[in-house]
Design a protein. Structure first.
Length: 71
């Protein structure tokens, strides 16, 4: 999930898995896999950083630490 802002400043959360393309023309346009286009206030670099961070968090391995039984 990526937190973004609409042009009017309203915040929303977008599922990063549905992002197909992001371009600056000069406004930032996010194209989704269903063809829908969203214009956002955030810069392309900021969107990219947030998507990378989200993907990084999703792919972290979980370590289970078990306490040894006391004898």
């Amino acid at each position: 999930m990526v937190a973004l802002s609409r042009l009017n400043g309203e915040k929303f959360v977008l599922n990063a898995d549905f992002i197909e393309m992001v371009e600056e023309t000069p406004d930032t346009v996010v194209t989704l896999t269903n063809g829908k286009k969203l214009m956002v206030k955030d810069r392309l670099d900021d969107v990219l950083k947030r998507v990378i961070e989200y993907k990084r968090l999703c792919n972290q391995t979980i370590q289970v630490v078990r306490k040894e039984k006391e004898v």
